[in-house]
Design a protein around this ligand. Structure first.
Ligand SMILES: [Zn+2]
Length: 431
């Protein structure tokens, strides 16, 4: 029942707070990476330093690195691999996989083989007579990926078109490589990227001989794909060095909360108690914490009346109190009072954050804390969740001190961690 209530509340919050854009899954750019060959078909192979090197294994590592980089750094992308293991897969099944998953782009990953002399990267692209738009989109991404591979030091051999004597429905010659042709027929932009030449010693020792080198090829693919497909970068979390000094004369480098205060101040989440003081040891009160959450949310209310006798209309915390009330973050301490000056204890504040986050259910209760039984019933899920996500880690003596009053330094620490956590969540701001 309680959980259901929380879920309803979360839905309500989502409805009220439509000001934040929410990424629907349909908006994701779907990229299918196709590590060429696999299983008994190992692709190109060559012997170096007494061991055989197989193209199929390198292709898979490039694809995995590319996927990892895309998923780690961009928000609106879904990356799928046609194969995750060393297994055989037909060329038509690979294209069918891209069709089935609604691919916006298919990059087939290969390593070339020649006669030991050729080196560099090249892309096999559609000719484009039959479907010029598909070919244009295919080639644009290929060129962006080639530019990234060139930046790594590979020779850029550009794009190549190969056709055979068969014909597309419009009478033009078909592309000869099955993946390229299959993408044209399925009308999905896609190319074959030949990253380097396996039998060229220069290419091998510079780009293919270690996992790090191979991973770098995957990152280059990712950067090219991201740039040309317009992927949206995840918000980057600035370091305190980048954020710079605060104007506060009572917060010193070396204080355990220095980085946290710098962060919350620079992000506009907390202000000082004056132009030059942060007041780290001062207790945090209810007016402060609702104001802080209100700011983090980016809400802008202009309430005219106040539901509480102790919340003056027009006071700095008037709108935040009304917002917190509307959004179920907290209620008054009685029907008529909010108690803005009352100090806040740890479990209370954690419960506020938990509600703000939509009441995610914890997996277990961290009963290893020696004072876990002091956590109030209403705050148990919240406290367990806070421990799970690393918001609260407990003290050296094995306690979690639920009833301890928060001071402003501790508030800054919790808000810093919470804000970072929200940024790391997939999609747009929780809530
Ligand atoms: Zn190949």
């Amino acid at each position: 029942m309680k959980k259901l209530h929380c879920r309803l509340l979360a839905l309500l919050l989502a409805a009220v707070l439509l000001i934040v854009p929410v990424h629907a899954a349909e908006e994701d750019v779907v990229i299918v990476l196709d590590p060429g060959h696999g299983g008994l078909d190992s692709g190109a192979e060559h012997e170096y330093d007494g061991k055989d090197v197989y193209e199929s294994c390198i292709n898979l590592k490039i694809a995995q690195s590319c996927r990892d980089y895309l998923e780690e750094n961009y928000v609106n992308v879904k990356v799928l691999l046609t194969r995750e293991e060393d297994v055989k897969m037909s060329l038509s099944d690979r294209v069918a996989f891209a069709v089935e998953h609604g691919a916006d782009y298919m990059l087939s990953i290969h390593i070339n083989y020649s006669n030991g002399y050729a080196d560099g990267a090249l892309a096999l692209v559609p000719r484009g007579r039959y479907r010029p738009e598909q070919a244009g989109a295919s080639t644009a991404v290929a060129e962006a990926v080639l530019a990234e591979l060139e930046a790594l030091g590979l020779q850029n051999l550009g794009t190549e078109v190969h056709t055979n004597s068969n014909r597309y429905p419009d009478g033009s010659y078909k592309d000869s490589f099955a993946i390229v042709r299959g993408c044209v027929e399925a009308n999905i932009p896609g190319v074959i990227m030949e990253h380097a030449f396996l039998d060229n010693a220069h290419d091998y020792y510079h780009f293919l001989s270690t996992d790090e080198q191979i991973a770098a090829l995957g990152v280059a693919d990712a950067l090219g794909l991201a740039a040309s497909l317009g992927l949206e970068e995840k918000p980057r979390i600035p370091t305190s060095a980048e954020l710079g000094d605060t104007p506060f004369e009572d917060v010193f480098e070396g204080d355990w909360y220095y980085d946290d205060v710098t962060y919350v101040w620079s992000e506009g989440l907390m202000q000082g108690i004056s132009e030059t003081e942060f007041g780290p040891a001062l207790p945090a009160n209810r007016a402060m914490v609702v104001t802080l959450l209100y700011r983090m949310d980016g809400a802008e209310l202009e309430p005219e009346t106040s539901g509480f006798v102790d919340v003056e209309p027009g006071s700095w915390y008037h709108a935040p109190v009304e917002w917190a009330l509307e959004n179920g973050i907290t209620t008054g301490v009685s029907e008529t009072e909010f108690a803005p000056d009352r100090s806040v204890i740890r479990e209370q504040f954690v419960a506020f954050l938990h509600r703000y986050a939509g009441c995610p259910a914890p997996e277990t209760l961290p009963e290893e804390f020696v004072d876990w039984n002091e956590v109030s019933e209403y705050a148990r899920d919240a406290m367990a969740w806070a421990v799970e996500i690393g918001l609260v880690s407990g003290y050296d003596d094995g306690t979690v001190k639920p009833l301890r009053e928060l001071n402003r330094a501790e508030l800054a620490v919790l808000i810093h961690r919470f804000h970072r956590w929200t940024l790391e969540q997939p999609g747009e701001p929780i809530n």
